[in-house]
Design a protein around this ligand. Sequence first.
Ligand code: MN
Length: 415
Amino acid sequence: MDREFFMENRKALYNMTEEKGLLLLFSGHAPKKTNDENYPFFADRSYMYFTGVHQENTILMTEIYGKEQWEEALYILPPDLMAERWTGRRIKPEEVEEQSGIRECASTENFRKDLENRLMNKGFTTVYMDFGKLEASEADTESYRLAAWLKKEYPHVQIKNLNPWIRQLRTIKKPCELEALRKAEWVTKEGIEAMMKASKPGMYEYQYKAEFDYALAQHGILAPGFPSIISAGQNNFCIHYYSYRGQAQDGDMILNDVGSGWDLEVNDISRAFPCNGKFTEKQRLLYDCAYRTSEHMFEILKPGIPMKDVDLIARKYNYEQLKDIGLCKSYEDIGTYMWHGGAHHIGFDVHDAVAPDLITAPGMVFCVDIGIYCEEWGIGFRVEDNCLITENGCEDLSYMIPKKAEDIEAFMGRR
Ligand SMILES: [Mn+2]
């Protein structure tokens, strides 16, 4: 992503604030794993959306004076040759400018002092931070910790939440985001096709995963956009399955719910295929129901549809398909076979942080995920594609990945 993208995002966010204030965004830091070892660092996604600087413990502080009037600085770790000998070099101000367009850098050692100076001497009485949590019980982020301190030391300061504005901005994807998503689809195609090519009865789930990871690594992607779900046979009935220890038996279906991601964008695709390359009659019956439902969704999706209706439309259409093959007798029973919806947005997160109560609009990208879980037949799987809403309709971003049963069999037959 070019720095113009991040500059544009910051400008839009700054212009959303209503009054003079200090805006703070934190990259965060890696949590401890054990003893003296931490988990790998993964910067806060909203911080990344506005800066593009992937560096631990950095802080964006912007003084906002009014529309189009602001001064921004990125607080970065100061140079420390001894520390850098162990943990790698720290980012330099010229690199910050190159990546983010932020011209001013300061040392994180001075952050608290500079913040207090602005509150005491520069007349700032409002602080904007991102309080994004899904549940109150989640661990506090830097914003929560600083807010608690501000409330104690500067009780007159107003604290405002940037999160709703950030979600609003992240909802509509920019052209460079779509470009990255398209690239992610092609890389994911290679990963999924590698699994299809290698597939045979007796193969372990971790071997499928190794095929997928190897294909991604050829593009420099060392970790997919989210933890891959790859399962065989009865393990497909666990929606979020991460054990990878199961073994495909002849006649099993392989399910994969994966996304390589590309340049900060995360895609999310599910494909299901018979491990031996040939659908059984019952697998094929169910698979074609999901396939037809998915195709139907791509025919009808367009701007102006409430997001809450998207899954509902899919459910109703899929019910008709399952009824036609004599499986689901009444709509009330559809929950027996459809265990989840799937119309979640993707972007900087695989379950992207977007505005609530959305109505489809051009530039939104979300998943069309049709899952069928038929325990009585022992067959469960899902088919998931990424849908971009366009001016007049929609586009299936995952079109290049084999999806039609015949295409999957033909592709696997070429092993
Ligand atoms: Mn998925």
